[in-house]
Design a binder for this molecule. Structure first.
Ligand code: ZN
Length: 603
């Protein structure tokens, strides 16, 4: 892929001259996205280019966190010009070089939707049904390399009774939307179909909620859903102090899981059955994703470029983007007066610290390193697992206590978020040293040793040193892990993943000290057979281990560079952490004051 980067760089160097020439010529880009409900295997896209140079490059962009490589699913790529003389060469996986003798052309292709391999659909990936679907963004559209500042238009051709919900800008024609740049177009998913839609305003800015319901969807309290989202939105706006968009759309989907943030929209998998039975289940997820509108989409890691078609870019400050979004997922739902997963802030902290210790990797792999390996394939942390969400949330929580203590409760981590948004809410990206600088300014105290220990080096967080600032202490003990029914649980901490390079099924373990690691298995081993039977691609370890119990021996055949071997694994139990947070025996006035404001979640 080095060649890809070189060519990107070369094009980037000449981009400004090229762009000004293009602007002078009146380059225009108009996309047409056509859905035909008699064939739901995909949808067709045309790109009408006018006043273009004779040679241009089109690329499919790489997402910073979820690189789904939809360039694999493009078919029937063709070029039409008035003389019929256009041609193209595929220069790399996601890059097409187009030659046209005139200045106008129509590029056409079809996006063939890949088969769904899991029971539920990831909500950020395109889909189509007879009643609607998700289209658009970088999964669908190509951008013109070196011409990313050109505004573009999209016409949606689809059944007449379908609605459109998107962050793209509406025009006077209800089927035509615009984007101010390629970056905006690549960032805007489009929910289409027989949608239910609602709206509310926050500080005068319109927010829309759209829901695509599958057939036989269960009824749920729609006004409660919209009210919950509004309350969360108000808290987010209050936290960051300003609204960086002129409209926002929540794209909610039945039969889907997960969520993905965008500049002025978010996709959320919200199955109607869950909304009917556990509406509050989604509150923290909505709060997390919506806070990314500021913290990640605008306060963004410096390593992230605007548009890139090469490998995914790694960000050393991802712990801040994800960890603080986790921290505020709990806190803002509390501030909104909605039900949280953990009853109190203390219970929530116990829960997250337990998760921290449950994966040993969290306690000794620097969070800056975990950030860099966060969105890549398993194996870069050896046989350990670690999470930027967990590490980052706890670093944020401890910094909050440090700031509250140092400023007599006049300031908190909220002030860090506001200052980060003011300083890095524009084009300038941040590095971890910038966060350290902002925290230092907010608390007027020396946090360098803290960042050195826990962010740059992999010291285990000394929770009691910071909890005592609020008159609290933590006790850690270990117990045999139990299942939901209270029975001793077998160590099933082994997972399977598919290598995109060779489609092989590979192993992922979370610690070398569990029964799998002790037996000699390693993350990235190719899984060949389980108990003598070849392992099918679709089967999970959950299904392979269904009838396996503590004391059983299973035989795992793996393939490595030095050959194939069968490894016997004796299934054992395993230990899990127990975390209890209690008040200190003696608490002074300062500690009590920090605790009182912290426990209420005050800013
Ligand atoms: Zn996130």
């Amino acid at each position: 892929m080095a060649l890809v980067l070189c060519s990107l760089y070369a094009i980037g160097c000449s981009a400004s001259a090229q762009e000004s020439n293009a602007m002078a010529r009146g380059l225009s880009l108009h996309y047409v996205l056509r859905v035909d409900t008699t064939d739901l295997s995909g949808y067709d896209i045309e790109l009408h280019i006018n006043n273009a140079p004779h040679t241009l490059r089109l690329a499919m962009a790489t997402h910073h966190e979820y690189d789904d490589k939809y360039w694999k699913h493009l078919e029937h790529f063709s070029i039409k010009t008035s003389t019929g003389k256009g041609s193209f060469v595929k220069e790399d996986s996601a890059l097409w070089r187009i030659s046209i003798p005139e200045h106008d052309a129509v590029i056409s292709y079809r996006l063939h939707l890949p088969n769904q391999t899991s029971p539920q659909r990831a909500c950020h990936r395109p889909f189509l049904t007879a009643t609607g679907g998700l289209v658009g963004d970088l999964h669908s559209f190509m951008y013109m390399v070196g011409q990313t500042d050109i505004p573009c238009y999209v016409t949606f051709q689809m059944p007449g009774d379908w609605k459109i919900a998107t962050g793209l800008k509406a025009t006077s024609d209800p089927k035509v939307y615009s984007a101010s740049s390629a970056k905006v177009l690549m960032d805007c998913p489009v929910l289409i179909g027989k949608l239910h839609t609602w709206g509310f305003t926050v500080s005068g800015i319109p927010h829309r909620v759209a829901y695509w319901a599958a057939q036989n969807a269960l009824a749920f309290d729609t006004s409660l859903l919209v009210d919950n989202i509004k309350k969360i939105s108000e808290q987010e706006v209050s936290l960051f102090g300003a609204i960086p968009y002129d409209n926002y759309t929540f794209l909610l989907q039945d039969n889907a899981f997960g969520a993905l943030e965008h500049l002025n929209s978010v996709t959320l998998g919200t199955p109607s059955a869950m909304l009917a039975s556990h509406m509050n289940y989604f509150c923290e997820e909505i709060a997390h994703e919506f806070s990314h509108t500021w913290n990640l989409m605008r306060i963004k890691p410096a390593e992230y470029t605007e548009l890139n078609y090469g490998p995914q870019e790694r960000a050393s400050g991802l712990w801040f983007s994800e960890g603080l979004a986790m921290f505020y997922a709990d806190l803002l739902v509390r501030r909104a007066g909605l039900e949280t997963e953990d009853t109190t802030r203390t219970a929530h902290l116990e829960h997250i610290i337990k998760r921290y210790y449950a994966d040993t990797g969290n306690t000794f792999i620097p969070t800056a390193k975990v950030s860099l390996t966060s969105n890549v394939l398993p194996g870069e942390l050896g046989d350990y697992n670690a999470s930027v969400h967990v590490q980052g949330e706890l670093i944020g929580a401890m910094l909050d206590l440090i700031i509250r203590n140092a400023t007599n409760n006049k300031r908190s981590i909220d002030d860090v978020m506001k200052a980060m948004f003011k300083r890095f809410g524009g084009d300038k990206g941040f590095y971890t040293k910038d966060i350290e600088g902002v925290v230092k300014e907010v608390c007027d105290c020396d946090v360098h040793p803290f960042f050195q220990a826990y962010v740059y080096n992999g010291h285990a967080i000394n929770f009691n040193e910071y909890l005592k600032l609020a008159g609290m202490q933590m006790q850690l003990s270990w117990t045999v892990a139990k299942d939901d029914k209270g029975n001793v649980a077998p160590d099933f901490r082994i997972y399977k993943w598919t290598s995109p390079a060779d489609s092989s099924s590979r192993i992922f373990i979370t610690t070398p000290n569990g029964c799998w690691g002790r037996a000699g298995l390693h993350t990235t081993d190719i899984l060949v057979a389980f108990n003598g039977k070849p392992v099918e691609r679709s089967s999970s370890f959950g299904s392979l281990l269904r009838d396996v119990h503590i004391g059983d021996t299973v035989f795992i055949m793996v393939k490595r560079d030095d050959g194939t071997k069968t490894i016997p694994v004796v299934i054992t139990s395993y230990m899990e952490p127990v975390v209890k947070i209690k008040p200190l025996d003696k608490v002074n006035e300062q500690q009590q004051s920090v605790f009182d404001s912290w426990i209420k979640g005050l800013n």
